[in-house]
Design a protein around this ligand. Structure first.
Ligand code: ZN
Length: 229
């Protein structure tokens, strides 16, 4: 089923130059490999917003080198709500983060903010599409899947979310078929290796590999079975 879904996307959506939201994680990395396999030229866009995600930025940079494409890191700190707890936690010194147990997951950057910035980059580099590896069916109420239609100047710029609605395991299977080096991806909310194994992104990562039966070579600090579902 996954293959059929992606084949449909391939037939309908084959951009020549795609701006890809690159978090350094599994979904966006598999997406970049998938698009590269379809010979789309890529520009990766990542978001700087505090110390916690420096390792994720590094992994996105590694991805750009692997796929020989440009990588732009956008500082979106000024666009965020400084009063939000998720934002404040991102700005805490790395040394103050807990070394044991779970840490909060997620990102303080709303997906629609990332998309808006990516659209700006796409206009600047004259790309014809923006791609996100988001797996929720509707990544943003203001940017439903389909052509962007906010302004005439953006006409023709497409938003691609080929993994929307797919389970995480399906993305892992696709990535395996594409030869994605999962060891180079980073999912954890922590700032330093190894993956904690307990935060929400780590649990999702573990569950995805567990569901596929594909060997997960990721090193986790905590691998309690009850968390791996
Ligand atoms: Zn973690």
């Amino acid at each position: 089923m996954t293959g059929a879904v992606l084949t449909t996307h391939l037939a309908r959506q084959h951009p020549e130059h795609t701006v890809v939201l690159a978090s350094g994680g599994v979904n966006s990395t598999v997406l970049a490999y998938w698009l590269a396999a379809r010979r789309s030229r890529l520009t990766l866009v990542s978001f700087g917003h505090g110390q916690l995600h420096r390792i994720a930025l590094n992994r996105a940079s590694v991805l750009a080198q692997a796929l020989d494409c440009r990588h732009r890191v956008m500082d979106v700190t000024a666009l965020l709500d400084p009063g939000a707890q998720s934002f404040r936690s991102q700005l805490e010194p790395v040394s103050s983060l807990p070394t044991q147990g779970a840490v909060p997951g997620g990102t303080p950057v709303p997906h629609e903010v990332m998309l808006d910035v990516a659209v700006s980059v796409a206009v600047a580099v004259r790309a014809d599409a923006v791609a996100s590896g988001v797996r929720v069916a509707h990544p943003s109420p203001t940017h439903p899947q389909g052509p962007l239609d906010k302004d005439d100047a953006w006409a023709g710029l497409r938003l691609l979310t080929p993994f929307a609605g797919l389970p995480a395991a399906a993305v892992v299977r696709l990535g395996t078929a594409l030869g994605v080096p999962f060891a180079d991806t980073w999912s954890c909310a922590r700032a330093e290796p190894p993956h904690c194994g307990l935060c929400a992104p780590c649990v999702e990562r573990r569950r995805a590999f567990h569901a596929t039966g594909i060997v997960d070579l990721t090193t986790y600090q905590d691998t309690r079975p009850r968390e791996a579902g």
